[in-house]
Ligand binder design. Structure first.
Ligand SMILES: Nc1ncnc2c1ncn2[C@@H]1O[C@H](COP(=O)(O)OP(=O)(O)OP(=O)(O)O)[C@@H](O)[C@H]1O
Ligand SMILES: O=P(O)(O)OC[C@H]1O[C@](O)(CO)[C@@H](O)[C@@H]1O
Length: 368
């Protein structure tokens, strides 16, 4: 008899609740599974919280909700305790929803289950607004996040346009990759410069950001800059211990590049154009872009991901992730997903497209 457990880990992502809902409804309606449990609070919930019994009635409207109804945490990955709890509760199917860190944890669980010779299936459903999971076409929630990010850019544009020498500055999520910033820039068309973690940029001097902004302000009297949270970290003075700060999962904690740039913009303008009117409007929609319900295309995508995960497990597979590769759904080894990363390639056509839309400087990228 099937006894399934579902867990969500890492940051929030639009669509997590849809995946949970579709796993529960799909297991129940397609395969008649009745014993389905939600593990609250991420990995640590396996050994430190009571499981929540789920059925189609209890999850019926979850796809309309942002966040995760199961709650999520970072850290707390204790392999022995997790696997002991899985055995204790008698789960034989595990559905793990999370990003790259979660997938690395799922891989460890998969290996430990194998080492203990336990007949328990584990599958990952890749989730992250950052879209930094490799191999698959995109991760769920990304589309929704880009859509909301555009609203922030639009507001920054309106503010900048309505001021004299106005800068609209928007900071978007993207710890180590700039996919959200890039796609929001391409789709909004209001952005003059997009700064991402995959590139270095400088502020002063030839080919620098300030020279570019100066030009733009002369031409248009306003400019819009989008920066991903992980960009330009090397520009900000921090003590060694500050640079070593980590969240409970071991991810680096960053200085606020938006606040830094806003301050630097003012400093530069006062020196370069003393007495002239100037405004910076800084918008930080960080959590707003991910704490929303999934849009239509992400909801549909989540349903397909959940159902193909179920079919894979029911077909006897384990240690895999289901996802689209060039639009064809496949089963990908967890190991491959856990060890690859999708970063923006500043030498490829998508970045070239950003450059052609914005006409921003290349900050020396082409000389590398
Ligand atoms: N290398 C690893 N091995 C085992 N477990 C890990 C590893 N890295 C992270 N984890 C665990 O996976 C869970 C989620 O990790 P993390 O907080 O990095 O989020 P994530 O899955 O990468 O999602 P997000 O994209 O939202 O950051 C945490 O409980 C963390 O302890
Ligand atoms: O503040 P939290 O919840 O730890 O999450 C922040 C991080 O989560 C993400 O949204 C996903 O990894 C990153 O873009 C961001 O750096």
């Amino acid at each position: 008899m099937v006894r399934a457990a579902v867990v969500t880990c890492g940051g929030l992502c639009p669509g997590s609740n849809t995946v949970i809902r579709e796993l529960v409804v799909g297991l129940n309606e397609l395969y008649g599974v009745k014993d389905i449990y939600g593990i609250p609070m991420g990995y640590r919930g396996f050994y430190s919280a009571d499981p929540i019994k789920l059925d189609p009635d209890s999850v019926h409207d979850w796809h309309k909700k942002g966040g995760t109804m199961l709650m999520t945490t970072r850290g707390g990955f204790d392999l022995e305790k997790i696997v002991d709890a899985i055995v204790k509760h008698g789960y034989n199917q595990l559905y793990v929803i999370g990003g790259d860190g979660t997938m690395r944890g799922a891989l460890d669980i998969f290996k430990e289950l194998k080492r203990r010779k336990l007949r328990i299936s584990i599958t990952g459903v890749p989730k992250t607004v950052d879209n930094d999971i490799g191999i698959i076409d995109r991760s769920f929630g990304f589309d929704t996040a880009v859509e909301v990010a555009q609203q922030a850019i639009s507001a920054a544009h309106t503010e900048a346009e309505s001021a004299v020498n106005g800068i609209g500055l928007v900071k978007l999520m993207g710890r180590s990759t700039g996919h959200i910033a890039l796609y929001a820039t391409l789709s909004s068309r209001d952005v003059d410069c997009c700064l991402i973690p995959e590139m270095n940029f400088h502020l002063y001097g030839k080919g620098g950001l300030f020279e570019f902004i100066d030009e733009r302000l002369k031409q248009k009297r306003h400019t819009v800059i989008v920066v991903a949270e992980g960009a330009g970290q090397e520009l900000i003075a921090r003590t060694e211990s500050e640079t070593l700060e980590r969240d409970p999962s071991g991810n680096p904690l960053f200085a606020d590049i938006g606040v830094y740039l806003k301050k630097e913009f003012k400093k530069w303008w006062d020196q370069a154009h003393p007495g002239e009117l100037f405004t910076v409007k800084y918008i930080d929609p960080t959590y707003m872009i991910r704490a929303v319900p999934a849009n239509a295309s992400d909801n549909l995508y989540c349903t397909l991901l959940a159902h193909s995960a179920i079919h894979g497990v029911m077909a006897g597979y384990t240690g895999f992730v289901s996802g689209p590769i060039n639009r064809n759904y496949g089963y990908i080894p967890l190991e491959d997903i856990a060890t690859t990363k999708n970063v923006v390639d500043t030498k490829d056509h998508t970045w070239a497209w950003v450059r052609s839309v914005t006409n921003q400087p290349d900050f020396g990228i082409s000389e590398d």
